[in-house]
Design a protein around this ligand. Sequence first.
Ligand code: PBG
Length: 323
Amino acid sequence: MNFPTTRLRRLRGTQTIRNMVNETKVDLDDLIMPLFAIYGSKVKNPIKSMPGNYQLSVDLLVEECKLLFDKGIQSVLLFGIPEHKDETGMVATDENSIVARAIRAIKKELPEMYVIADICNCEYTTHGHCGTIINGDVDNDSTLETLAMQAVNFANAGVDMVAPSDMMDGRVGIIRESLDENKYSNIPIMAYSAKYASAFYGPFRDAAESAPQFGNRATYQMNPSNVNEAMREIELDIFEGADIVMVKPALSYLDVIRRTKDLFNIPIAAYNVSGEFSMVKAAAEKGWIDEERIVKEVLTSIKRAGSNIIITYHAKQFADYIK
Ligand code: PBG
């Protein structure tokens, strides 16, 4: 049937009918809020390039988690800013490392909060790269060892899930093996599988103090032009034991999310990264866009593309929008 018999506007006539035929709904259960832990007490350092986000000392981080949980956000992704950095990121494998402390404190005060830890070395190395440097580049296999130790350390602290973001080959397998050897076979791995070498991470590197001091991350993160390669990364991570695969960033990579959804039967997470967040904030501050509508549209588009889980700095605000 064609026009005039068929008229698609019939199902757009009122809010009620629009709701009835609505195909995509973002739920608070889908969202994960990233948080940044720093040493000290009562520390709340605003992250200039990410309005509304802070480096929080563990005491305040726990308070923030309580607030988030009350609003319906039941999962957080932790990053840490250590007191001292070293050459290989071993600081993160100490049982009193900043993220290990944060995990313990949250799980003690608010056991229902689902705590995920990012596994990477870039916040912990003096050079800001995601692994151990040998001959001017990140060495894959020696980095795997530090990553596996970091994952086990966070598991010892009580983390609910680990999320390796380093893009070393073989990291999911070795982390799975190490967790299992240490009796953590029940801890899932959410792998940053298709993680692109993206300019959208700029504000995050201010937040986590993790900008590379030389070169860039192009020898380990993916070329933004490639999607077949992303499918290979995802396939390998699934074989190595990933429970959830991630595409990151989200908005310039919605096609990658969709391809993943069409090709694999596994839960997909998408990371609505710092630059994507900050662009919305900056335009909203200037009064150039309607922030609430943009945030809802952004998150809906990521879900519509095929993502089950969305990691987003908008999570807290979104909870207020839909309450
Ligand atoms: C660590 C890591 C990064 C992000 C998440 N984990 C930064 C990077 O790879 O440089 C980016 C998150 C964001 O931009 O919000 N490797």
